[in-house]
Write a protein that binds this ligand. Structure first.
Ligand SMILES: O=C(O)CCC(=O)c1ccccc1C(=O)O
Ligand SMILES: [Mg+2]
Length: 326
């Protein structure tokens, strides 16, 4: 049962949060928040996503605000530092926001940059973290198979934990995996899962070694738990660059899956330069406790979006709500 649209409209708030560094081409993050009986919840599909895709994010938001969370297997989550595609001389400053994280995920293959830029950034992370640091990279599907294979060789000396979404298509991932098998670098699927009609089919294809799951795009914590029970590959719960409210949804999803072998990508509130709580859910000692943040009305007010942006989100909410009802 969905809450009434009138109830959603009455509690909906739209905020625009600034980022400390550019991420995914963005300097600000637009987010709609609701207050349900279970607490604050977040609806924040990126603005360019169509209503079909965005409606899964709404389903997730309504579940987190209006339904109790499932049974939990742990009360804190080990998270990775997330390093955007910054210049190598900015890496130390970014890592400083991720207290105690033993794992770092580095964005690579950003448009307008070269493989040499990526290698320099990865090299700097390895230098700062030392040999024990666990380092993964995320190409967001930007390479073709040849480019990806070339990049794997360029990264060979850095002892990567895995490469996330090196190519966009599942068939490319499968071919790359076969070609580079001998190198012992694992491949993780992210967009392949979160943009799929049926994530289960993707999970079962022999194209990846690790699955990246995001609660909002997959339709919520229940959907993540359901998927986790049907796959045997290791899972990494990750954020979609949310406020601490959306991060909380990810933390509960990570706590609700039976097994976690890798650190989760849920430290990204550290990339925001403002949040809707005075106690952001950022890593301490490499971990974040599973909890809902205390949302500050003052901060919601201070970072409220302008009326046109708010109206645009209200209309998006109505269209997505209608899709969920049909
Ligand atoms: O996994 C992480 O470390 C952080 C989350 C992240 O990278 C991300 C955040 C927003 C949108 C896409 C992605 C992604 O993993 O590609
Ligand atoms: Mg990714």
């Amino acid at each position: 049962m969905l809450p009434d649209l009138s109830e959603l409209r009455a509690t909906a708030r739209v905020v625009k949060l600034p980022l400390g560094v550019k991420f995914r081409g963005l300097w600000t993050r637009e987010i709609m928040l609701f207050q349900g009986p279970e607490g604050w919840t977040e609806f924040s599909p990126f603005v360019e996503y169509d209503d079909g895709e965005a409606s899964s994010w709404l389903k997730a938001a309504l579940e987190f605000g209006w339904a109790p969370v499932p049974a939990l297997h742990r009360d804190d989550i080990q998270v990775n530092a997330t390093v955007p595609a910054v210049a190598s001389d900015q890496v130390a400053e970014v890592l400083a926001h991720f207290d105690g994280c033993r794992t770092a995920k580095i964005k690579v293959a950003e448009r307008g940059q070269t493989l040499a830029d990526d290698v320099a950034r990865v090299k700097e992370v390895r230098r700062l973290m030392g040999p024990e640091g666990r380092i993964r990279v995320d190409a967001n599907g930007a390479w073709n198979v040849d480019e990806a294979e070339h990049a794997f060789h360029a990264f060979a000396e850095f002892d990567l934990e895995y490469v996330e979404q090196p190519c966009s298509d599942l068939s490319e991932l499968a071919e790359l995996r076969e070609r580079t098998h001998y190198m012992d670098i694992l491949i993780a699927a992210d967009e392949s899962i979160r943009k799929a009609e049926d994530p289960l089919l993707v999970a079962q294809a022999v194209a990846a070694d690790v699955l990246v799951l995001k609660a909002q795009p997959l339709g919520g914590i229940g959907a993540v738990v359901n998927l986790s029970s049907q796959v045997s590959l290791p899972l990494v719960l990750s954020s979609a660059l949310e406020s601490s409210v959306g991060i909380a949804m990810g933390l509960y999803a990570a706590a609700a899956v039976p097994e976690l072998t890798y650190d989760c990508g849920l430290g990204t509130a550290a990339l925001l330069s403002a949040d809707v709580t005075t106690l952001p859910l950022v890593p301490e000692g490499g971990r974040i406790a599973v909890q809902r943040p205390h949302v500050s009305e003052d901060l919601v007010e201070r970072f409220s979006a302008d009326p046109d942006t708010t109206a645009w989100w209200m209309e998006r909410l109505e269209r997505c709500y209608e899709l969920l009802q049909s």
